[in-house]
Design a protein around this ligand. Structure first.
Ligand code: 13P
Length: 257
């Protein structure tokens, strides 16, 4: 089955609103007509920039989707500092990253909270981009597939096939994030294949065949062409290289060749 590539920019905690408007305008100005059909493009700015970035993309009819980087599972309530899926929906988010390793390591995100967030997002028609990935130590111990597939199984617990079929997975080895180190394309593809097999066993081979699995971790225009042709890799979740309009354009266009 041919899956549509996705190239998603995770801006992390970068860009003031002014800077976010400039970057999204540059990305929009650089876009090709086939963005949105041949490759799905997603920008995930900080919460505070979502509305401004949405306005830029809407004004330009840019066929670039909007995503958030995190969400709370409740619709509303006494959760100081949190943002709900209802709020993300209204501001125009189609996607939301959950379970990023930075949130798991620094902000107490667990498989259980990731699962609650996934359910809440689906309930509001927002597609989760569910992140998974191993530490260098887990890789050295030869437990990568077991660990990563465990994260996927826990994240999807109790989610129906009708929702699970829409999810996007991002495989991001922690040791590759922001380090300039990358796995070989074959090694990354092997883990993505194991993730796909896990989803096949949880649901069905047909459902698993339709799921997009992104690679993330020091993906750049210079190495994207090695990862993107791999059979189980369907795009990228980009950190540093998504903060530069030229690099991000080149990454998106690498999906078109
Ligand atoms: P880098 O592309 O900066 O390594 O970050 C990857 C990432 O964490 C995307 O979510």
């Amino acid at each position: 089955m041919k899956r549509t590539y996705m190239m998603a920019g995770n801006w992390k905690m970068n860009k003031t609103t002014t800077e976010a408007v400039v970057l999204s305008q540059r990305i929009s100005n650089h876009r090709e007509d086939t963005w949105g059909t041949e490759v799905e493009v997603v920008l995930c700015p900080p919460f505070i920039d979502l509305k401004s970035v949405r306005n830029v993309l809407e004004f330009d009819h840019a066929s670039i989707a909007l995503g958030a980087q995190n969400v709370h599972w409740a619709d509303n309530g006494a959760f100081t500092g949190e943002i709900s899926p209802v709020m993300l929906k209204e501001v125009g988010c189609s996607y939301c990253i959950i379970g990023h390793s930075e949130r798991r390591e620094m902000f107490g995100e667990t498989d259980e909270t990731v699962n609650r967030k996934a359910k809440a997002l689906f309930a509001h028609g927002i597609v989760p981009i569910l992140c998974c990935g191993e530490t260098a130590q887990t890789r050295d111990e030869g437990k990568t597939n077991e660990f990563v597939c465990g994260q996927i199984e826990a994240g999807l617990a109790g989610i129906d096939a009708s929702d699970a079929g829409k999810i996007v997975i991002a495989y991001e080895p922690i040791w590759a994030i922001g380090t300039g180190r990358v796995p070989t394309p074959e090694a990354a593809d092997e883990v993505c294949g194991a993730i796909r097999a896990t989803i096949a066993s949880l649901y069905s081979p047909q459902l698993a065949e339709g799921i997009r699995i992104l690679y993330g971790g020091s993906m750049k225009p210079e190495n994207a062409a090695f990862f993107l042709p791999m059979p189980n890799i369907d795009g990228g979740l980009i950190g540093g290289a998504a903060l530069d309009a030229d690099s991000f354009r080149d990454l998106v266009n690498a999906c078109l060749v």
